[in-house]
Design a protein around this ligand. Sequence first.
Ligand SMILES: Nc1ncnc2c1ncn2[C@@H]1O[C@H](COP(=O)(O)OP(=O)(O)OP(=O)(O)O)[C@@H](O)[C@H]1O
Length: 688
Amino acid sequence: MIAKKEIVILAGTRETRKALANQLDEIIGDLVNVKSYSVEEQLPPIIENQIIIFSSYLIDDEVKHIIGNGCKIIIANRTINYQFIDKLLFLPKETKVLYVNDFPETVSESIHTLKKLGIDHIHYVPYYPGKLLIEHTEIAVTPGEVELVPPSISQIVDIGVRLIDITTIIRILDVLQFPEENGLDIADKYTKKIIELSQKLAKTNNKINLLNRHLKEVVDGVNDGILAFTYNGKITVFNEVLEKLTGVSSKYAIGQNIRKVLKNHKLIEFLFSQTDTHDQYFSLKDTDVMVHRFHLLKEQSIVATFKNVNETIEMERAARNELVKKGYIAKYSFSDIIGNSLELQETKIVSMKLARTDLAILIQGESGTGKELFASAIHNESPRKTGPFLAVNFSALPEDLLESELFGYEDGAFTGAKKGGKKGLFEQADGGTIFLDEIGDISPKLQARLLRVLQEKEIRRVGGSRNIPINVRVIAATNKDLISMINHGTFREDLYHRLKVLFIELPPLRKRKGDLPVLIKHFIEETNSNHVDVSKDAIQILQDLPWYGNVRELKNTIDYMLAVHDGNVLNKKDIPGMNFFQRNKLQTTSTNEDFQEKRELSLSPEQEMIIEIIYKISLEGKIASRKSISEYTTGHNQYFELSEQQVRQRIQQLEELGFVTIGVGRSGTRLSRAGLDYVRLGSFEKAL
Ligand SMILES: Nc1ncnc2c1ncn2[C@@H]1O[C@H](COP(=O)(O)OP(=O)(O)OP(=O)(O)O)[C@@H](O)[C@H]1O
């Protein structure tokens, strides 16, 4: 085997030595052995009879002492390292860069090569150690001499050590006396490297195109018009929405000067201005838009967005409708309020008339009489029926929570406040109705705030400083006697008058028992149990009950009976036991109730029934003994069935209350004056 020929590389620095040795190894390594030394590391003793490559003529002085006899010196022509050239190609046009190398000669040589190779879109400022930095640059470009870059420069583009050019390589082969084919082969290898670079660039280019397409789709997909232009006025982004808004095609607009595309001088002035940071309204063709813009300092560009104002209003409306969907909807209308009694019919007729005004309404009525039902029906009958209907219950929430629920809060109003603040119910009910349920439970602090809202028709969020106008109709409801609260100083009279511009009083169910059969039928139908009937005696017993819990209690009773009944009929056995029912009218704040009211407060339905029985028995001329009372209950209503022992207990209680007197021996029990009054005043009209 013939020994491989050998060449020696002598370079100034280790970096250069390694890079050049690698390069030659890669290209002609299969033909020659490559040895390499650098001045910076250690040079060999005298070299004789060798082909020596100098990395540059500049090292001549430093290496000439080791060059012995019979050596052939080739000074390498060096060119830019094509592998990293893309780093320069990606720098924007006209970028000023500091070109850093070790000597003035290498610097000017390199810059010359770069320009000759067509990489002339950037502006090179020469720099080598010892040179004064006069011009300010942010980017330094260096062929592997990173440590020579002045520390003031933050961004370094290392384009790698300059490589030996193809002419030098061909010369080396020539001196080594390789045949011509070898040279061609090498040239191909060299070209292949350059093609690889092109491939790399093409790949990057593809990626960029893809990214650009993607970005264009994103920008076009956005609902707003988007515009970007350089400080010189050249348009770089012009999306589809903006095409529609302006009637100008993006193909024409992009690359064009903004002044040629948008004719509205005020708009252009606004887009360029740096002082006014607020958004502004403009008219584009026939659309009103809200324009927002910001500067991209690094890109020396301005970006602007154009929002269609009509669409924004439409969006707000949709958001409001969404609110309505989320339960802020008035579910009932007057046709849902069941009952044929004169009392209810009259109340409905008056309420319908009041609905059509825009005035505040106070609804008074015992619990379960349908106050919320009426409020909802009034809203649906009012001109605000397409707006939201929001209900808030003053007995359900603590004061602080109620305050922020009602009036909303600003960002950071309190710990845990949602970022960006929150709209309160008054703001959310804009254009609609707010129903203030159990208004009698409102705290003094909230009374003061509510009064101000009703007076000013403005709200101020918790922690906020601006007043927000509101357009809301107020319907309040209470089962408390607000007048007596005013007398006690617990309810503000001025607030009362603001709430009670109009007034509706809902009659309790016991005052309109005629409504019971239709209500019962309605509640049965509501559960889709249309085939179910109610027996006559069950209806009779139900009508006898005092219904202190009103229609809600009746509804619950029917639900119970439907749950426990067998077959197709609700019977008296399905009526729940006495404990199921509300025993008396809920405590109201009242000071001047009459005697009748007092008795209602203290008597349970069972006690009322016993009084009625005693009265009946005495009407028949008989003695109301424990036995006869007990028998009476057995015959009439199994749910009030009382043993003699139970009767004894009950009449003792009634005696304590002053409604009966219990005679000694066989004389039985009689109604007292109060007991007789109770029956005669007719707290309930029915007879057992
Ligand atoms: N006339 C009626 N017709 C049909 N359903 C009724 C009627 N009155 C009340 N209801 C029903 O009775 C229940 C109680 O009514 P609502 O909640 O409106 O009473 P309320 O007076 O607001 O009670 P509270 O004061 O306890 O809040 C509801 O289910 C309602 O639908």
